[in-house]
Write a protein that binds this ligand. Structure first.
Ligand SMILES: *Cc1c(COP(=O)(O)O)cnc(C)c1O
Length: 413
């Protein structure tokens, strides 16, 4: 299937894996346990042969979705989780221990930031740098550095680090490079292209796309040599060393922590994934159109969107995403005399809600909602102004969206 385009691959992915009775979707397997006629088979599954035992470790439905996500990322193995945060928790808590050091970008998802702060309380040293400047990443490396964590397009500020150069730095220093690809998805960028060792995708966002299921996935790109990684337990140092890390994540992070993706959610995500490329094309086009409109409007002070020539990393975005688009999220600031809450209340189509990557366009006042808990000082460090509005573009018709923002803005002009 690899010779086909992404959507062709995706709409035929499950069928090609051999779905029972010619069905086109993998059924929702509700069984919690999987029984065997011969006790030898039960033993073999417990000792590593592919198969199912207890649904906390996965079902045929989650396994089918894992193969699809793996195909999207061009990986060598994928493990699914109940949410994107569960996937990140599994990565950090199974691969790091007290005394280790992790470097992360200072522009990261708020809940991930909170998770890293908790890791610091447990004795992992955390350094956050302005990774737009790779020298800051290089300067932060210590003898106990194990992992470098980056996001592809920062939310909500849309800052963009040089993902490929950081990949080379990690390769040169033999550091594990973990990339959160949620904002770009494998449509805009595959983690492997920038030399990431592990790629996390929140499946709740663009990949599911219809705001009807939560999920997350960790994909092993096969590029990292785990035989040099000091935190792999002896039990998981068997077979090809390129698989050790994901095996440990599956055993310690999925089986033991137990944040398993339900079969029900997995099937809804798999159906959403069939159209994610088309939705992404449309949302990226809508985002560019709205960003261009907002930038020219007198009621708007500034717009952050990597597709605009005014974006500080516009050239970097063009190189990384190779003209496929610039993402489906933008942020903007209104003129100070316009109250952002009053403005939001004038929108008719746009939903006032958190979440992103839905078919519907969503907006919220960032400092008062998702970054409220963080406090003013941290917000300043992350470049979040008090009046900043975030917009996650859906797939509505472009003219309707521009019209909605125009009528709300024109009230003040
Ligand atoms: C939403 C999000 C997550 C967390 O995913 P959930 O599925 O909501 O747990 C992680 N990283 C980024 C960049 C996100 O946008």
């Amino acid at each position: 299937m690899e010779e086909y385009g992404l959507t062709t691959q995706l709409v035929h992915a499950e069928r090609r894996q051999g779905v029972e009775n010619g069905a086109v979707h993998k059924p929702i397997y509700t069984s919690s346990q999987y029984a065997y006629d011969d006790a030898n088979d039960l033993v073999a599954v417990f000792q590593g042969r592919p198969g199912f035992s207890y649904a906390r470790q996965g079902t045929p439905t989650t396994a089918a979705l894992e193969k699809t996500i793996d195909q999207m990322e061009g990986g060598v193995g994928t493990c699914s989780f109940a949410t994107g945060m569960a996937a990140l928790t599994a990565i950090f808590y199974t691969l790091l221990k007290a005394g280790d050091h992790i470097i992360s970008s200072q522009f990261i998802f708020g809940n991930t930031n909170s998770l890293l702060m908790n890791l610091a309380r447990l004795g992992v040293e955390v350094t956050q740098v302005d990774a737009r400047d790779i020298e800051q990443v290089r300067a932060a490396i210590r003898p106990n550095t194990r992992m470098v964590f980056m996001e592809t397009i920062a939310n909500p500020g849309t800052q963009l680090v040089d993902l490929a150069a950081i990949g080379e730095l990690c390769e040169e220093q033999q550091l594990l490079y973990v990339l959160d690809n949620t904002m770009t998805t494998p449509y805009l960028l595959k983690g492997k292209e920038v030399k990431a060792g592990l790629v996390m995708n929140s499946l709740s966002k663009i990949i599911c796309g219809h705001a009807n299921a939560l999920g997350g996935a960790v994909t092993n790109t096969g590029l990292f040599d785990w035989s040099h990684y000091p935190n792999i337990y002896e039990d998981y140092q068997s077979g090809d060393a390129k698989n050790w890390g994901l095996l440990q994540i599956r055993k310690k992070g999925l089986r033991d922590m137990g944040a398993t993706l339900s079969a029900d959610a997995a099937q809804r995500i798999a159906i959403g994934a069939e159209t994610f490329e088309m939705r992404m094309e449309r949302s990226c086009a809508n985002a560019l159109a709205l960003a261009t409109f907002l930038e020219q409007h007198p009621g708007v002070v500034s717009v952050s969107y990597p597709g605009l020539a005014s974006h500080p990393q516009h050239e970097r975005a063009k190189a990384l995403f190779a003209d496929r688009g610039f993402g489906s999220l933008l942020a903007f600031e209104l003129q100070p005399q316009i109250d952002c809450i009053d403005f939001l209340n004038r929108l008719n189509i746009v939903l006032l809600a958190t979440h992103l990557g839905d078919t519907r366009t969503l907006s919220l006042p960032v400092a008062k909602t998702i970054y409220h808990e963080m406090g003013p000082e941290k917000r300043r460090m992350m470049g979040i102004a008090d009046g900043l509005l975030r917009v996650s573009l859906g797939i509505e018709n472009e003219n309707d969206l521009i019209g909605d923002f125009a009528q709300a803005l024109n009230y003040y002009i």
